[in-house]
Design a protein around this ligand. Sequence first.
Ligand SMILES: NC(=O)c1ccc[n+]([C@@H]2O[C@H](COP(=O)([O-])OP(=O)(O)OC[C@H]3O[C@@H](n4cnc5c(N)ncnc54)[C@H](O)[C@@H]3O)[C@@H](O)[C@H]2O)c1
Length: 444
Amino acid sequence: MTTNRRTFILNSMAATAGLGIASSIPGGLRAAQKMVTPSDQINIALIGCKNMGFGDLKNHLNIPGVKCIGLCDIDQNVLNEKAAEILKDYNQKPKLYGDYRKLLENKDLHAVVIGTPDHWHCLPMVNACEAGLDVYVEKPMANSIEECNLMVKAANRYNRVVQVGQQQRSGAHWNKINQMIKTGHIGTLRKVNIWGNFNYGVGMPVAPDSPVPASVDYDMWLGPAPLRTFNPTRFHGDWRMFWNYGGGLMTDWGVHLIDMALWAKDVTTPPRKILASGANLSFKQNAHETYDTMSVIFEMDDYQITWQHTAGIQNGPWNKPYGMEFIGDLGTIVVDRSGYKVIPQWNEEEKKAKIEAEESNKGGENHQEHARNFIDCVKSRQKPVCTPEIGRAVAVAAHSANIAVRSGENLLLWDEAKGKFSNSEKANQYIVPEYRKPWALPKI
Ligand SMILES: NC(=O)c1ccc[n+]([C@@H]2O[C@H](COP(=O)([O-])OP(=O)(O)OC[C@H]3O[C@@H](n4cnc5c(N)ncnc54)[C@H](O)[C@@H]3O)[C@@H](O)[C@H]2O)c1
């Protein structure tokens, strides 16, 4: 059964009313009617189709009852290629758009997936919420602290189901180690060490500016970011290493892994003390602004989180290019997406290990489970496993580390009540991005 969006919103309102959640859907749609039933078809669309967004879309389409009715991209070649793939693999013919605002006018939509570069998360997400749609938005939630704030506000103001693409929250082995830590299996957690030494963090070899490809609406790709000449090293996929579009490895992988470190103690607000050092010390022949070398300490209330990246070496502790160590007073858990290992501490007095050694290689990628959780929540109106509040907390942590270095302060103190750094006006200048006209930060 297909419901159009208006009916769906009303259904959603009925469901949320049942949960006692205040509803603030725009457009005066007030009268609650019937409940959403699990058999309702969910019509979705994708904004930003090339890589991760398309993977997300396919994971949604693998769920029975989910249909793609729109694809939006500023690159006509990407649109054509992805539309052909959806037709071939799913026998569906979504409408194609070059401007996401037109897509949001489609009254049959229930939800959108946002797979645009980081500087293009906030506006489509907020506008989708305003249009009464639920949203799956990729991580990091946004490319600045203020955009994250606005996105949390929009999700709550318009009462939408919003899942941030930190899919490890949906992973069975991540859930397992999270429970092990919370139930004291490794004793009291005092430190989490994290590293991510990926090759791609050094960017692509320097290339000259070139004409904008004929299929691309480059002005729309830049959107709120400053006007800049077209260069292939800053475009599809490679924008991550340039401040106006992304935050380098610190935000790209940082949010995935720091998220696990915050979750271990159910922290849902940004760290209060951030000590960071970063620089570009290598790969001078490559195009990148974000730091290739970085060390960060997040001082938490009763534990410490460290982040290290040395981009371009693709290896690290435990012979892993990325990973985490959760250190308690009975043992350590070393974990990455492939699995985990429990390494007991030695009890010298009793001459035996404090806990049992254990190993599992039953990890995996968790995008499919994360999409499933989102769709379940679209139907049930429950909160998904990675709410905007969680997405914000970890994005603010990662952005704070970058800001600590960019501002030259190295040590920053975050005041959550005031929403700014208490020890540096220089650092506070990085909180609110300057949008290029005619784009403007949304008002909620
Ligand atoms: N969850 C994960 O594991 C994971 C993995 C990779 C990437 N990501 C995130 O996914 C997002 C996309 O990353 P990617 O590697 O796929 O980037 P990409 O550059 O390969 O793809 C982005 C697409 O968005 C399109 N686009 C840009 N501006 C647009 C606009 N205004 N309207 C419509 N389309 C627009 C581009 O043309 C391109 O097709 C990023 O936020 C990234 O951090 C998440």
